[in-house]
Design a protein around this ligand. Structure first.
Ligand code: AMP
Length: 358
């Protein structure tokens, strides 16, 4: 059964993804309530209401459940216990298991490998000795990451060779938290697939985007990606497998490394709308945001078809000052997030430049 227009969708998280979800929900006739501790957040500026409280505040969660017909979220670090408490009272999509899998890089890779999706080799690292042993196993190179709460390249350290003097103090410098060492992947390019699964089990995927990162933050997503159709199909198929295995409802982002022979290694999954899918609002009839709202509301999914080639670029920090000049271009969509302060490294907006097909 689909949600009647006028129903309220709860959104946990008040950033730009929540903002764009709230806008898509409004167009389909829904109301939105955002749970976010920071007042006047980007999502609350366009939603019907904000509950200003911590994501795990029991009273706030009870209120969110009481006013929402369904609850979704815009970031993967929603506390699992909070999502479970909500799910006992109101449908929560994507399912809590997707959060659980995506929150721990080790669990995520085990899950992916378990359903036949290849990833970089990895080892859990809890001590400097673990790190030494893992680096030896990987020929001296690898990327050390925090298992939890890492994003945009934060909490990562690259090793290119065994270092004289060993690795004493590394775990402490990383905050004495559980770590993972991944083997260094000599990728040719990075791509991502934005896919969706409806309440009825229907699965659909957008064309893979080719992504370039700068300082660990997504810089551009380009469509089409410079990959052959076999690689594109493999990426879509892997995303579909993940969605089915998780009995998923909603949009997911799956990032892959493409190797020289065109084969893929999955890097990570994001159980939410994704920065590398922002291009869909400009180059597709149905954006990832509308697709997600359709899925969680039990509506039919729309076509993921792309009517134009395009490049999406993030506006980080002071880049946002380029906005007015960019708007002088005729085939460009600018999207600003309503953040007051343009701090370095902060995502302030994005634009998508489309090139029409003849
Ligand atoms: P992540 O936070 O896992 O998305 O990593 C951020 C970026 O670091 C990725 O987009 C890659 O450019 C790079 N990276 C991450 N893991 C690896 C790896 N195992 N091998 C090579 N590059 C990586």
């Amino acid at each position: 059964m689909s949600l009647p227009a006028g129903s309220t969708i709860g959104i946990i998280g008040g950033g730009q993804l929540g903002r764009m979800l709230a806008m898509a929900a409004a167009r389909l006739g829904y109301r939105t309530v955002v749970l976010e501790p920071q007042a006047d957040c980007p999502a609350a500026q366009v939603a019907n209401r904000q509950i200003t409280a911590a994501y795990d505040d029991p009273a706030a969660l009870a209120e969110l459940a009481a006013v929402s017909a369904v609850v979704t979220y815009e970031f993967e670090n929603v506390p699992v216990a909070a999502a479970e408490a909500l799910a006992a009272r109101v449908p929560v999509y994507p399912p809590v298991r997707a959060l659980d899998v995506a929150q721990d890089r080790v669990g995520e890779k085990k899950f992916l490998n378990g359903i036949g999706i290849a990833t970089a080799d990895f080892r859990s690292v809890d001590t400097d000795d673990d790190l030494t042993a893992a680096l030896k196993a990987f020929g001296g190179s690898g990327i050390l990451k925090t298992r939890r709460m890492g994003y945009d390249g934060k909490g990562q350290r690259v090793f290119r060779k065994m270092e004289a003097g060993g690795f004493a103090g590394t775990c402490e410098a990383m905050g004495n938290v559980p770590l993972i060492l991944e083997s260094f992947v000599p990728f040719e390019r990075e791509i991502s697939v934005i896919a969706a699964r409806g309440l009825d089990g229907a699965v659909t995927a957008y064309d893979p985007a080719e992504n370039v990162h700068r300082n660990g933050i997504l810089h551009t997503s380009t469509l089409p990606a410079a990959i052959n159709s076999k690689t594109a199909d493999a990426a879509r198929a892997a995303a579909g497998k993940i969605l089915s295995a998780l009995d998923y409802v909603g949009v997911i982002g799956v990032e892959f490394f493409v190797l020289a022979d065109g084969s893929l290694l999955a890097n990570e999954i994001a159980p939410r709308v994704h920065n590398s899918g922002h291009w869909t609002e400009a180059a597709c009839t149905i954006s990832q945001f509308e697709q997600h709202i359709r899925a969680v509301a039990g509506l039919p999914l729309g076509s993921p078809g792309r009517h134009s080639d395009c490049v999406m670029e993030n506006l980080i920090g002071d880049d946002v000052l380029r906005g007015p000049a960019l708007l002088a271009e005729p085939d460009l969509i600018l999207h600003l997030y309503g953040k007051a302060e343009a701090r370095p490294g902060r995502k302030m907006g994005h634009f998508t430049r489309i090139s029409r097909r003849p």
